[in-house]
Design a protein around this ligand. Structure first.
Ligand code: ATP
Ligand code: MG
Length: 294
């Protein structure tokens, strides 16, 4: 474990418990335009807890004892180089991969060895936005969003219509339900994917590279929506991204995955002011540093 690993917010300079408990300061933070860590986060409630997670893939240790806690109401951003195991981490949370060692707890429940069929039930409480948006090209946006409800619930078409329109409204796509994926922009595809991710009204949403391939304006639209999901729907979110602009805009906390563990976890300011050479190289994009670019 590195010296910079501060997986608990209690260890972070700008998030000291004393500061957290002082009402005047909390009130001041509330007045800020962007919601900050303690405005939304319930530190008493862990939504995800990974402990000592290890995973070997193709004879390579990818996760080497990863510890990670995500609290109710926060957006936790995972950053890190390509191939470091960010998506693998997400797959352990969604039950698509199982730990070699260590434990995974979701919604306070130990799911380390939960059988796939039971995981499928639990997964209804989690929305996932895949990198590609994963829309089916032969279906309209409306039908793509409706599909999980049609396949996994006994809701009537009227109830489905109501739920789908509500989700499309959250992503500002209420007028685009009739369009096919080929007829909409990359940003709209991501937004439609997000509408589908929240169709079961989940408590937790996981995003894998939500802004990749999008221009800066579309990226910001998606970032604003991510904040909307947290602030208006009270969702807890985990976002994997390389995009530091996005990380700073949406993250209550940011964790950098490196060598199979969290190199550092902290608020955006902690990360910007990081003393870790690994973190500094990543956020500045420097080609020289501890991370060898080949
Ligand atoms: N099912 C699998 N079988 C074997 N190796 C895998 C499997 N899934 C991932 N890997 C390997 O594990 C490593 C981590 O993969 P992962 O997809 O988590 O990286 P990542 O951090 O998400 O990278 P990127 O930023 O490029 O998406 C990679 O070397 C990848 O090739
Ligand atoms: Mg990935």
């Amino acid at each position: 474990m590195s010296n910079h690993e501060t997986n608990s917010p209690h260890q972070s300079e700008s998030t000291k418990p004393t500061e957290r408990l002082e009402p005047a300061k909390v009130e001041m933070k509330r007045k800020a335009t962007t919601k900050k860590f303690f405005d939304t986060v319930d530190l008493g409630s862990e939504m995800i807890h990974l402990s000592g997670l290890k995973k070997v893939l193709s004879n390579r240790p990818i996760l080497r004892g990863l510890d990670l806690t995500v609290y109710k109401g926060e957006t936790f951003v995972i950053i890190g180089y390509s191939g470091t195991g960010k998506s693998v981490t997400i797959r352990h949370i969604t039950g698509l991969m199982y730990a070699d060692e260590g434990s995974v707890s979701v919604f306070g429940r130990d799911v380390t060895k939960l059988p796939p069929a039971e995981y499928a039930e639990l997964r209804k409480e989690m929305g996932v936005l895949f990198q590609s948006g994963a829309l089916l090209n032969w279906m309209t946006v409306f039908d793509n969003v409706a599909l999980p409800l049609r396949e996994h619930t006994k809701m009537t078409e009227t109830e489905i219509r109501e739920r789908v329109m509500e989700c499309l409204k959250h992503v500002n796509m209420q007028d685009a339900g009739h369009k096919f994926p080929s007829e909409i922009s990359g940003g709209m595809k991501k937004r439609a994917g997000l509408a589908r991710a929240i169709v079961f009204q989940p408590k937790l949403v996981l995003y894998d590279e939500p802004t990749s391939g999008l221009d800066p304006v579309m990226s910001n639209q998606v970032n604003e929506l991510t904040n909307h999901m947290r602030d208006e729907l009270g969702l807890t979110q985990v976002v994997v991204t390389h995009d530091m602009n996005a990380a700073y805009m949406i993250g209550n906390r940011i964790g950098m995955l490196y060598n199979g563990v969290m190199e550092q976890v902290g608020t955006p300011d902690d990360i910007k002011n990081s003393k870790s050479a690994v973190v500094q190289q990543f956020i500045s994009g420097a080609t020289k540093g501890p991370h060898q670019v080949v």
